[in-house]
Design a protein around this ligand. Sequence first.
Ligand SMILES: C[S@@+](CC[C@H](N)C(=O)[O-])C[C@H]1O[C@@H](n2cnc3c(N)ncnc32)[C@H](O)[C@@H]1O
Length: 249
Amino acid sequence: MVKKIQNFKGERMIQRAEKLDSFWAYNMEDLPKDRQLTLLDNAQFIYELALAELELQSLGARFEVTNGLREFRLLETEDDELLRKRLAYFKFVKGEYTDYLQIIQNNRTRSVNQYLTHWIYPYKGKFHPQMIRALLNIIGVKQGDIVLDPFIGSGTTAVEAQLLGINCIGIDVSPLCVLQSKVKTESIDVFPQIMEWKEEIIKRIRPSLFNLEGKTVDDIINSIPEERTRNFYKMAKLVAISDNARRRE
Ligand SMILES: C[S@@+](CC[C@H](N)C(=O)[O-])C[C@H]1O[C@@H](n2cnc3c(N)ncnc32)[C@H](O)[C@@H]1O
């Protein structure tokens, strides 16, 4: 049985993204809204087109594919809203935007895979989040179910599951991967605390993160009592170190 989740975390992540007004990678005004079922522009590889077909089938849609897999025609659906909420490779269902299109609209870049917290840390072995969303659809995991990723890495499955209201258990041998996965999925719960500590931390890391007077930056971060807030700043420090190292190359 599917458990009902009220205002789950993923929904709150999407709502918060909707409030950002400074980054618009896709101009929604320019998109024609009369389309029944339209692929996202980036879906070009054969495996992506195959996943697009499989996710439609799995979500109860009947459709025809023409133009060498490029055009889809919707024949019948069990639940239009479910398709809009879950599909990974489509822009429109019956003339209305999918959630996926709306999420990536707030990207900092035009990459369809760098949305919400996915982009926080440069992790080279990462899955394409879009592919994971499609796979969650294809294997039929529903809202309230639990998915296990025993090699969670940078937390891609955890973030995608969260967006769809699916519970996720992630395991990884690497503490860095566990940290990233937690930060990507838990920071939304402590946003006010993160903002409160921001001023304090900036004030205390003088003259700079890499040349402190007195206490180390770790001493400062470790003094944050709340674990999720502390994890956020541990991750932020790692991002700063990696960014600094790259700039000096
Ligand atoms: C390719 S990465 C997974 C990437 C992930 N799918 C993502 O999107 O970020 C493989 C992960 O498996 C972890 N790993 C390898 N052997 C493991 C083991 N025996 N137990 C737990 N984790 C392991 C590694 O630390 C690494 O983070």
